[in-house]
Design a protein around this ligand. Structure first.
Ligand code: ADP
Ligand code: MG
Length: 264
C-alpha cells in the first residue's frame, strides 16, 4: 500500500442472512480525492461505509483505512475521520452551540477556536440564526448542515459522508462543495455516497457505480463512458447501461407511451 491510498477495499463481502448487501466489492480512495459511491436505494452504500468505520464486521475480504484495519484500529481511525451518517442527529435536546462545545471537549479541541470556526460555517451555510435553538426543532436540511459542520470541526484527514446533501437547497450545496474543495486542497480525502446523478457528477473526481452489492463501473466520468461504450453520454445513461437497466427503462417508457395514446 502506498501513502497515497487512504482507503483500500478488496473483494469485501457482507451478508445479512440471505441478503448479499455487499457482494465482493473493490475500490480505493487516494489522498486528496473525492470518491463517490453512486447507487440506488439498497445497493449497499451504507453497509460499505459502516464496514469501513468498524461498525459492522465483514464476512470476507480486506479493507484498510490510513493503512490500518477498521476492525482492530477503530478508535485511531475514527480520530482522523469526520463521519456524517444517514440517520438524523441524535442530540435533539441540545442546541448547535451545545453540540459544538460537546465535540470540542470530546475531541479535545481548543474551545474558542472551535466556536469561531463553527459560527463561521453556520454563517456560510445560512444557519447561524439557529445557533441557540434546540436541534429537535430544526428542519431536516438544517440538521444536515449541523452534521456536516460537526464532522469537519476537528479538521479530519478523511470525510465519510453517507448521502449528505439529500436535504440541502441549491445554495447550500454550493457552499458544501466549496467546503469539500477546501478540505481536499489541504490534502484531505472524501468518500461519499449518493443516489443523485448530478451530485456525483458535480462533486466527485471518481465514481464507483454500485448495484446490488457489486461495483459495476469505476473511474472518472470519461472512463465510465468508455466502460459503458457510450462516449459523450450523460452519467444517467452510463449508469443505466452499466446497471443493465436501460432496456427495461425503454420498455417501461414504450408501454407508458402506448397506454397514454390509448387514452387520447
Ligand atoms: N441490518 C440489516 N439487516 C438486514 N438487512 C440489511 C441490514 N442493513 C442493510 N440491509 C440490506 O442490505 C441491502 C443494502 O442496504 P444498504 O447498504 O443500506 O443500501 P444503500 O445504503 O445503498 O441504500 C439492502 O437490501 C438492505 O435491506
Ligand atoms: Mg444508505
Amino acid at each position: 500500500m502506498s501513502n497515497h491510498e487512504i482507503i483500500v477495499v478488496k473483494d469485501l463481502k457482507k451478508y445479512f442472512g440471505e441478503v448479499k448487501a455487499v457482494d465482493g466489492i473493490s475500490f480505493n480512495v487516494q489522498k486528496g480525492e473525492v470518491f463517490g459511491l453512486l447507487g440506488p436505494n439498497g445497493a449497499g452504500k451504507t453497509t460499505t461505509i459502516k464496514l469501513l468505520l468498524g461498525l459492522l464486521e465483514p464476512n470476507e475480504g480486506e479493507m484498510s483505512v490510513f493503512g490500518m484495519n477498521p476492525e482492530r484500529d477503530e478508535v485511531e481511525i475514527k480520530r482522523r475521520i469526520g463521519y456524517v451518517s444517514e440517520e438524523p442527529l441524535i442530540f435533539k435536546s441540545l442546541t448547535p452551540k451545545d453540540l459544538f462545545n460537546f465535540i470540542a471537549s470530546v475531541r479535545r479541541l481548543d474551545e474558542s477556536k472551535t466556536t469561531e470556526l463553527a459560527r463561521e460555517y453556520m454563517e456560510s451555510l445560512e444557519a447561524i440564526d439557529y445557533y441557540e435553538q434546540l436541534i429537535a426543532t430544526l428542519s431536516h436540511g438544517n440538521k444536515q448542515k449541523l452534521q456536516i459542520i460537526a464532522a469537519i470541526l476537528h479538521e479530519p484527514d478523511l470525510l465519510i459522508l453517507d448521502e449528505p446533501i439529500a436535504g440541502l437547497d441549491a445554495k447550500s450545496v454550493r457552499v458544501f462543495k466549496s467546503i469539500l474543495d477546501l478540505h481536499t486542497e489541504s490534502g484531505g480525502s472524501v468518500l461519499f455516497s449518493t443516489h443523485i446523478m448530478e451530485i456525483a457528477q458535480d462533486l466527485c473526481d471518481r465514481i464507483g457505480i454500485i448495484h446490488k452489492g457489486k461495483i459495476v463501473g469505476i473511474g472518472t466520468l470519461e472512463q465510465l463512458r468508455q466502460q459503458a461504450n457510450k462516449l459523450g453520454a450523460s452519467l444517467e445513461d452510463v449508469f443505466l447501461r452499466l446497471t443493465e437497466q436501460d432496456t427495461s427503462v425503454n420498455e417501461i417508457i414504450k408501454k407508458l407511451r402506448a397506454s397514454f395514446k390509448m387514452k387520447n
